[in-house]
Design a protein around this ligand. Structure first.
Ligand code: ADP
Length: 300
């Protein structure tokens, strides 16, 4: 039996891609796609040629996070063309192929694996410095398939995104052990939604009344601070939303012998940037999350 012709085609396609990075998470909703999107924006802003491949087939959120909703992929004689956000940032997602974004994609394993192979085989990326692959949550057939396919051309490693809660961290351990089993290097773990940090000026202040109701006293607080301590209006307030008494992701990384890349706080401005399909590195509104993400990306 000769070599698998699909894997041969994938190896040929991937030969023009220098670095391949998988973004994984144990659970959904921890910010994996947000991180993949912002990492891609950041690498492109540094001048690299970047491709972002969304293989989260059942919940493709990448088109929205890059401001590409409603776009379609085109075919050329070289293959499927990615949708471009910038000339050096191309995106490919199943989301571009679903006519109604509200519709659920219910596919069985073999069909999903087939599509992943097709994405890797038929998308014409051209020369890329980085291919960022946003994988589905968990460790399923699709993960084995993507690792097998990417491995033919060498894969740099995986970044695992988690939240600080124990329920999420337990699943990260599974991701790390998956990576070890399939021989993918863990580039590191990112702790996302790690506490809430917000400029004081974005807060609403409430006062409990005697009848147990809440009254908005923001204006009163503002007037007081403006008069008595105006410099306080520039403070950033942080609060530990989740219980991190057990050390969170950093401690788990030490135990498992994998690098800890850093923490990204819950930042309403980052959420807004993701909703609007923007990079959080442009402008100054993501005061807390953009510097945190930047530090993480510099470590990679
Ligand atoms: P996943 O890909 O893990 O399912 P998403 O990236 O889709 O998770 O994120 C889930 C939601 O949380 C999105 O609405 C996203 O904008 C928001 N989100 C992710 N990270 C943060 C953060 N650090 N601060 C605020 N909102 C965030």
């Amino acid at each position: 039996k000769g070599p698998d012709p699909d894997l041969v085609s994938i190896a040929e396609r991937m030969a023009t891609v220098k670095h391949k990075i998988l973004v994984l998470s144990g659970k959904g909703g921890v910010g994996k796609s947000t991180f993949s999107a912002q990492l891609s924006f950041a690498l492109a802003a540094m001048g690299f040629q970047v491709g972002l491949l969304d293989i989260d087939i059942c919940g493709p959120s990448i088109p929205k996070m890059l401001g590409l909703e409603g776009q379609e992929i085109h075919q050329s004689n070289l293959g499927w063309s990615p949708v471009y956000v910038e000339s050096n940032l191309g995106v490919m997602s199943i989301g571009f192929m679903i006519p109604h974004p509200d519709e659920a994609v219910i596919w069985r394993g073999p069909r999903k694996n087939g599509l992943i192979k097709q994405f890797l085989k038929d998308v014409y990326w051209g020369e890329l410095d980085f291919l960022v692959v946003d994988a589905p949550p968990g460790t399923s057939d699709e993960h084995i398939s993507i690792v097998q396919c990417l491995d033919v051309a060498g894969i740099d490693g995986a970044i695992i995104v988690t939240t600080p809660q124990q329920v999420s961290l337990i699943d990260v351990r599974k991701e790390v052990s998956f990576c070890k089993k399939v021989g993918v290097k863990v580039l590191g773990v990112v702790e996302n939604m790690s506490g809430l940090c917000q400029p004081i000026r974005d807060f609403k202040f409430m006062k409990m009344t005697d009848t147990g109701e809440q009254r908005d006293v923001t204006e009163w607080v503002w007037e007081y601070l403006t008069e008595k301590a105006p410099e306080m209006l520039n403070l950033i307030a942080c609060s530990e939303v989740f219980d991190s008494s057990r050390g969170g992701a950093a401690k788990m990384c030490t135990e498992m012998g994998v690098p800890f890349l850093g923490k990204v706080p819950l930042d309403p401005q980052l959420c807004k940037a993701a909703e609007e399909g923007r990079s959080c590195f442009v402008g100054k509104e993501c005061v807390v999350s953009a510097p945190a993400l930047k530090k993480i990306i510099e470590k990679l």
